[in-house]
Design a protein around this ligand. Structure first.
Ligand SMILES: Cc1cc2nc3c(=O)[nH]c(=O)nc-3n(C[C@H](O)[C@H](O)[C@H](O)COP(=O)(O)OP(=O)(O)OC[C@H]3O[C@@H](n4cnc5c(N)ncnc54)[C@H](O)[C@@H]3O)c2cc1C
Length: 194
């Protein structure tokens, strides 16, 4: 299964989908595998230029309205309202926050039960994670790099490396794994998060 990428794809039924929309294992558009900004239908034909212009004008109007004193209720068409179900990015961000934070507070010397519970949690992800192509990539990664649950530092490092694998695949920068405690437990030394 391909990652969300800016090329048009077709469903099994030959229907054209928006660029970046990802298909699920059933061959249908997979909302939880796709970033919200790719969920809109493709725009084309004679109306494309007009719609683009309208979109630009709407963004400018929204920015102006947002900047006006006492306002703030103008919805940004590219931002999903908070009451909507998560997309692949919100789900990913939330899951990484949970996993990295859990690793940051994992014991230095975990008991056999704690290790077993952590392994259960991690091995459940490739089975249960709702974004199916994310889950299957992670499963393949975990076959090559089994989780190290021997202690807090090793687990944080292992998780950082798995996250970096996703970052690289998505064309994002690698994170410096020496900084996982600063990011997920202690905050920066300037005290700005204290
Ligand atoms: C298991 C899993 C697999 C995923 N697979 C895919 C996929 O195949 N395709 C897809 O489109 N999306 C996938 N995602 C979602 C993707 O990883 C991002 O969460 C999403 O694109 C939002 O990215 P973001 O730039 O907001 O930051 P995120 O990547 O969500 O990172 C959140 C924060 O974590 C910190 N961070 C970044 N890298 C690291 C690291 N290596 N170690 C520690 N902290 C770090 C940064 O401060 C960053 O702001 C997956 C998510 C998970 C949890």
């Amino acid at each position: 299964m391909a990652d969300a990428s800016p090329t048009s794809i077709e469903t099994n039924a030959g229907k054209k989908l928006p660029p970046g929309m990802v298909l699920g294992p059933d061959g249908k558009p997979c909302k939880i595998c796709t970033a919200f900004r790719y969920m809109k239908p493709p725009q084309g034909g004679q109306n494309q230029e007009r719609k683009q212009k309208q979109g630009e004008n709407a963004k400018i109007a929204a920015a102006m309205a947002a900047a006006a004193p006492g306002s703030g209720n103008t919805p940004d068409p590219d931002v999903r309202p908070e009451y909507c179900p998560p997309d692949v990015e919100i789900l990913g961000r939330s899951t990484w926050a949970f996993l990295h934070t859990t690793a940051a507070y994992y014991p230095d010397r975990p008991s056999p039960t704690q290790r077993a519970n952590m392994l259960n949690l991690l091995y459940a992800l490739p089975v249960l994670y709702p974004c199916s192509h994310c889950a299957s990539h992670l499963g393949e990664e975990m076959k090559v790099h089994p989780p190290d649950v021997s202690g807090r530092t090793a687990l944080s490092r292992w998780l950082c490396e798995r996250h970096n694998e996703v970052n690289e695949r998505l064309g994002k920068e690698r994170f410096d794994c020496a900084k996982t405690d600063e990011r997920w437990k202690d905050g920066p030394s300037d005290g700005s998060c204290d």
